[in-house]
Design a protein around this ligand. Structure first.
Ligand SMILES: [Zn+2]
Length: 445
């Protein structure tokens, strides 16, 4: 597989199933229908670029209008290839593109996207989409179970609960944007006007979905710092009334007031998650997209989290994406706080080499039960396969280097591999562990 990794360690990593702790998969039935949807803008091979290679294409200079046509439904495969080819050539070595190339190779048997292979890739994309293809692809990627944060839902009532364990998304409860009120009204039919009514809705979600959820997830770091301070309920009640006015276009709420209201609501949700013994998964570090990231704010993510980790010592926090590019600070948090674990989801393809360095340093600094090493972070199932290839390669390299450098004995690595790829997740997320793709698909291959 690779020159710089120990063959035995590489084999062990290949044979060990991953527990996949973070995806945004839409329902398989939506993929099978091919229907136009916000999360399914096109239904051909270009869809696999939607997350995340399309960001690299834009950064490489592809005009946004061309990218929209590439990801739309009006062009033939050949026309799409002509649009993307010059930019594909410039991004092919990034982690995002490497994951996609592993996908083309592993699922479609094609080494690369070229003028010659594009029609075969188009055909294989279509052939792959059959009832049961989610389980089949996850099985081929040697992934035994999967946890999903369904972006368009607060909690998704999935058709495949044994395959796709679900998070409750508390972003919608704590951010207080106009879109969040619309989301809650769409799902519950309710238009709360007081804080008490809003808290009742939060309680309802936990009571209804808490027993079936695997964790709660929050991606509020896309819009604010993670410095959640305690706020008195009476103050939050006043602010809520003003904010409800604001989203209906009446009373503007200043940014300090909005922060205080969000602080109260977020901490309320964290306390609820604690009551239900649900781990709290937080987006930290790098932001997807382009031309929006406030790196100064993100640089402070780890420092900002100290207060939360101290104030909720009994709640288990999962700090996602290693806080890249500030992963050293996240190693320090996991080393210092008993209730902080780190998830390498997405990190392997943001920066594969940095992720190898991170894993090596983490294992020499932090007890090894506090890390989860894979989450594809995709909306489509196919590229999870390629991302898992990149992650396995990185894990094998990190452990091989630790052995070669004399830090860890080779005979200790098999147990370590089992823990960091699956065992830690089974212990940490016991509610997801009843699902097993391997059992479901046993006998299919
Ligand atoms: Zn994500």
């Amino acid at each position: 597989m690779m020159m710089n990794s120990d063959r035995q360690i590489t084999e062990w990593v290949e044979q060990t199933p991953f527990v996949d702790t973070h995806e945004h998969l839409i329902e398989e039935s939506l993929r099978l229908s091919g229907a136009l949807h916000e999360r399914l803008p096109c239904d051909d091979w270009a869809y696999l670029f939607n997350k995340y290679v399309h960001d690299d294409l834009l950064i490489a200079g592809m005009p946004a209008a061309e990218l929209r046509r590439f990801l739309g439904r009006d062009l033939s495969s050949e026309a799409k290839y002509r649009l993307v080819a010059p930019y594909w050539d410039r991004v092919r070595h990034t982690g995002y593109a490497q994951a996609l190339r592993h996908t083309f190779r592993g699922l479609y048997g094609e080494d690369d996207l070229t003028a010659e292979s594009v029609s075969r890739i188009a055909e294989k994309y279509r052939e792959t989409i059959r009832p049961g293809f989610y389980a089949a692809i996850l099985h081929r990627a040697n992934i035994e179970s999967c946890q999903v944060n369904s972006i368009p839902h607060i909690f998704a009532e999935t058709e495949q609960p044994a395959l796709l364990a679900q998070d409750i998304d508390i972003t919608y409860f704590s951010r207080c944007s106009a879109a969040d009120f619309v989301r809650v009204e769409t799902e519950t039919g309710k238009r709360p006007t007081t804080l008490e009514e809003w808290l009742d809705i939060i309680d309802f979600y936990f009571a209804t979905y808490g027993p079936r959820a695997v964790a709660v997830k929050c991606w509020i770091a896309y819009s604010r710092a993670l410095d959640f301070a305690p706020v008195a309920k009476a103050h939050a009640s006043q602010l809520f009334v003003h904010n409800v006015g604001k989203v209906r276009g009446a009373y503007p709420l200043g940014s300090e007031d909005l922060k205080a209201l969000q602080d109260f609501l977020f901490r309320y949700c964290v306390a609820k998650a604690g009551d239900w013994d649900l781990p709290v998964k937080l987006h930290t570090g790098y932001l997807a997209g382009r031309s929006v990231m406030q790196l100064g704010r993100i640089r402070d993510n780890a420092a900002d989290l100290c207060r939360l980790l101290q104030d909720f010592p009994a709640t288990r926090f999962v700090l996602m994406h290693i806080g890249y590019p500030y992963q050293d600070e996240f190693t320090a948090l996991a080393k210092h706080y008993p209730n902080a674990a780190i998830d390498m989801c997405w990190a392997w393809i943001i920066n594969p080499a940095a992720s190898v360095r991170f894993l090596k340093e983490f294992l020499l600094a932090v007890p090894d039960g506090k890390i989860f090493t894979f989450g594809g972070d995709y909306v489509a199932v196919e590229p999870i396969y390629g991302h898992a290839c990149v992650a396995r390669r990185g894990i094998a390299q990190a452990l091989s280097e630790l052995v070669a450098e004399g830090w860890i004995a080779r005979e200790e690595t098999l147990d370590l591999i089992e823990r960091i790829m699956r065992g830690n997740a089974h212990r940490f997320f016991p509610r997801a562990s009843c699902a097993s793709i391997r059992d479901k698909t046993a006998g299919q291959q």
